[in-house]
Design a protein around this ligand. Structure first.
Ligand SMILES: Cc1cc2nc3c(=O)[nH]c(=O)nc-3n(C[C@H](O)[C@H](O)[C@H](O)COP(=O)(O)O)c2cc1C
Length: 220
C-alpha cells in the first residue's frame, strides 16, 4: 500500500499544476459553487492526475514494463466493489503476436480501418492491453469493473502511462471470428468480457474534451 501510494505521489509530482478554468473560486455562494464546478483550480496531486488524464490513441512502440502493470492492476483490484465480491477477472496481454493476430481478423472484418495511416492495432494502437470480464451472476459487476478500470487508468497516468478504455474491440473479441483469441484469455466459466483498456507510453497530447457542467446540480 505504502509502495503504491509513494509511486502515485511521485508520478503526480512531476506534472505541472494546471488550472481547468479561468480562475480559482473561493466563493461559497450558490453562484460561486456552480462556477467552481466549471472552473477547478487544482490544489492536490490526485485531482491534478484526474483532471489531466486524457484517452490516448497513439503510443510509443514499447509495452509497459510488467512491474508497472503489476502496480496498475493492484490499484485496480483495490477499487471499491460491492460486498468485496470482486466480481471481475483481469487479463494483461503484452504479447505482440496475440495483439497483431487478432488485429488481422479485425481488419478482415473491418477492412476500412487499415486505411488510416496511423492504424497499428485494433486496441487503438496500444502495445499493452488489459481485458476485464464481469461475473454475469452479479448485478453490480459492471459498476465494480468500471471502478476497477478508472483506478487503473488514473494510477497509470500518475506514472506517465497513457490509456484508453475500449468498448468496440471488446465487442469484436466476443464475436465468433475472435473466439480463439477470447478463449486464450482463459476467463472462468460465468464471466464475460466487458471491455478492454489499452495502455502504453503516450505519443500524442490530446486536448481535453469539454464536459457539460450543467449536468451537475447542488440540491438545497
Ligand atoms: C465504456 C467506454 C468505452 C469506450 N470505448 C471506446 C472505443 O471503443 N474506442 C475509443 O477510441 N475510445 C473509447 N472510449 C474512450 C472515450 O471516447 C473517451 O473517454 C471520451 O471521449 C472522453 O475523452 P477523455 O477520456 O480523453 O476525457 C470509451 C470509454 C468508455 C468509458
Amino acid at each position: 500500500m505504502k509502495k503504491v501510494l509513494s509511486i502515485l505521489l511521485a508520478g503526480c509530482c512531476v506534472c505541472s499544476l494546471i488550472s481547468c478554468g479561468q480562475s480559482a473560486q473561493k466563493d461559497t455562494t450558490k453562484a460561486g459553487t456552480e462556477e467552481a464546478v466549471q472552473s477547478v483550480q487544482v490544489e492536490n496531486s490526485v485531482v491534478e492526475t484526474i483532471m489531466t488524464r486524457r484517452s490516448i490513441r497513439q503510443y510509443k512502440p514499447q509495452a509497459v514494463e510488467r512491474e508497472k502493470m503489476q502496480t496498475i492492476v493492484e490499484c485496480g483490484i483495490n477499487a471499491p466493489n460491492a460486498m468485496n465480491r470482486q466480481a471481475w477477472e483481469v487479463r494483461v496481454v503484452d504479447n505482440a503476436d496475440y495483439i497483431n493476430g487478432v488485429t488481422e481478423l479485425y481488419k478482415k472484418a473491418n477492412p476500412k480501418v487499415a486505411e488510416d495511416p496511423t492504424f497499428k492495432n485494433m486496441f487503438r494502437n496500444a502495445p499493452t492491453v488489459v481485458f476485464i470480464a464481469r461475473d454475469t451472476q452479479s448485478e453490480s459487476s459492471p459498476f465494480d469493473c468500471g471502478l476497477l478500470a478508472e483506478n487503473m487508468m488514473i494510477s497509470a497516468w500518475s506514472m506517465g502511462i497513457g490509456s484508453c478504455c475500449l468498448g468496440t474491440p471488446a465487442r469484436f473479441m466476443r464475436s465468433p471470428e475472435a473466439a480463439e483469441y477470447l478463449q486464450k484469455l482463459g476467463f472462468s466459466e460465468g464471466y464475460e468480457l466487458l471491455y478492454c483498456i489499452g495502455f502504453g507510453y503516450p505519443d500524442e497530447t490530446p486536448a481535453a474534451k469539454p464536459r457539460d457542467a450543467a449536468k451537475v446540480k447542488f440540491v438545497e
